[in-house]
Design a protein around this ligand. Structure first.
Ligand code: H79
Length: 441
């Protein structure tokens, strides 16, 4: 009998830990992420000292590995104020932040016991910069994401060091040591910081088998059952991760996030002034949310911990706009097909409020087509002005909905993107049937 009970308990424990979660359990786990819409990515590392490409600069031979590593001596973090960072991120309207805890160069930003290459051990900063970051971000009620590069071009047991320099071809002893090192660091990060999200990168250099991706994802979930993983873990992630390319059509995966730089660099580069304007950034956000995704917008603090002025300005401009238009952003879902409205749209969760985004000054009324619902009210979001509308081309004998013309007074326009809320009499119902009722007569 005891044996049976023991077996039963073991089965239940095993099942609880490793059984496939149902779709509705996954949707629950993903809910904060799907509702968040805006996150801030932070690329901070020794590459900010010279202001060069993170890790890739030595991998691609722009600088020697040894000279790249000399930047360790210049990473001071002397003006690092994590509470101010967190306040600024919250002000931007972001609901989560993702910090590079280790890029491909292998330099850990936290105090790791798994190896000896860290900011604390090897730089004048002499401190673990992740712990105060996590605390400050949580204090602002933002979710915490940790970026971690699976590949590590510095590690003596990793097969390659640069594009041309290989340490070895096949050596299972070394490789196993390396993967154990990754597991060690990820267990540390999981247990120390209990992150809400892991953002993996660099998985392309090895296969799922080599990374032990299945076992790794299961371990990560056993350490934090609710943790969300991005897709770069060779098939074991939760959401798609397009990088630097705004999707033209909505990605197939329900959950996705576009990561994007403000200029052309992930880390701080004094020479890169090719910033997108605040207007362009806001419109990227609108494009993402209108297709049901998130924007993960990157900043690159300087080696002393200061965030460059151009980046602060974009975050603040974004904050003004997201705060004013919050109801059309957070918790929203993808909008309606472009045939119905010439521009991006979102819907509230219930599908009863349609938000129209107006990125230009209209020189005539907005046009909304094929909405079967009765429209109850309309107003300019964040401004409050109620709007009138006019229905044309509605035939009493036809089921084709009339065209709704909406006049937006110029004085209610936002300087960047105006948002109109259209309150429907129920869940949105679109006319998608074959157009003309009478083809010829
Ligand atoms: O951390 C930032 C970049 O350093 C990093 N991801 C962001 C978040 C990044 N990794 N890769 N890239 C940017 C672009 C690299 C693409 C390539 Fe490849 C790597 C080209 C060739 C090797 C993977 C494999 C993509 C194409 C083939």
């Amino acid at each position: 009998m005891k044996k049976v009970i023991f077996l039963l308990i073991s089965f239940i424990c095993y099942h609880a830990l490793y059984s496939q979660e149902t779709e509705s359990e996954k949707n629950q786990r993903m809910q904060w992420f799907e509702d968040a819409k805006l996150g801030i990515f932070i690329h901070w590392g020794i590459y900010a000292v010279n202001g060069i490409d993170e890790s890739w600069s030595f991998f691609n031979g722009y600088i020697s590995y040894d000279d790249y590593m000399k930047q360790l001596g210049g990473f001071t973090a002397e003006n690092y104020k994590p509470k101010q960072w967190a306040k600024l991120l919250a002000e931007s309207g972001a609901k989560y932040a993702v910090l590079t805890t280790k890029h491909h160069d292998g330099v850990a930003l936290w105090d790791t016991d798994c190896g000896d290459l860290s900011i604390k051990m090897k730089t004048p900063a002499k401190e673990d910069v992740v712990t105060p970051f996590v605390k400050a971000i949580q204090n602002e009620n933002l979710k915490v994401g940790l970026y971690y590069s699976l590949l590590d071009w510095s590690h003596p047991d990793y097969p390659n060091k640069t594009r041309t320099e290989k340490r070895y071809e096949e050596d299972s002893l070394k490789w196993n040591r390396f993967v154990n090192f990754n597991f060690c660091q990820l267990e540390e990060l999981s247990k120390k910081f209990k992150p809400d999200l892991f953002w993996f990168d660099g998985d392309w250099e090895q296969s799922a088998e080599k990374w032990r991706a299945k076992e790794l994802s299961e371990s990560l979930r056993s350490w934090n059952s609710k943790v969300i993983l991005n897709s770069r873990i060779q098939g074991y992630g939760d959401y798609a991760t397009p990088e630097q390319g705004l999707p033209i059509t909505a990605p197939k995966n329900r959950y996705w996030e576009l990561c994007m730089t403000m200029n052309d660099s992930w880390g701080f580069q004094a020479n890169d002034h090719n910033y997108k304007s605040s207007n362009q950034v806001i419109r990227m956000l609108v494009d993402c949310i209108s297709k049901g995704g998130n924007l993960l917008l990157d900043i690159g603090p300087k080696a002393d911990g200061n965030i460059p002025d151009e980046q602060v300005k974009i975050l603040k401009d974004l904050g003004r706009w997201t705060n004013k238009h919050a109801e059309s952003i957070y918790g929203s879902r993808a909008g309606i097909p472009l045939e119905h409205y010439y521009g991006p749209t979102t819907l509230n969760k219930e599908g009863t409020i349609l938000y129209l985004f107006v990125p230009h000054k209209p020189n005539g009324p907005l046009m909304l087509k094929g909405i079967k619902n009765k429209i109850n009210r309309m107003y300019v979001v964040g401004n409050g002005t109620k709007l009138n509308w006019d229905v044309k081309m509605k035939q009493y004998w036809s089921s084709v909905p009339g065209i709704v013309y909406i006049d937006v007074p110029e004085k209610t326009l936002d300087d960047e993107v105006t948002v109109i809320a259209v309150l429907l009499d129920g869940k949105i119902d679109l006319y998608r049937e074959d157009g003309q009722v009478i083809e010829s007569n």
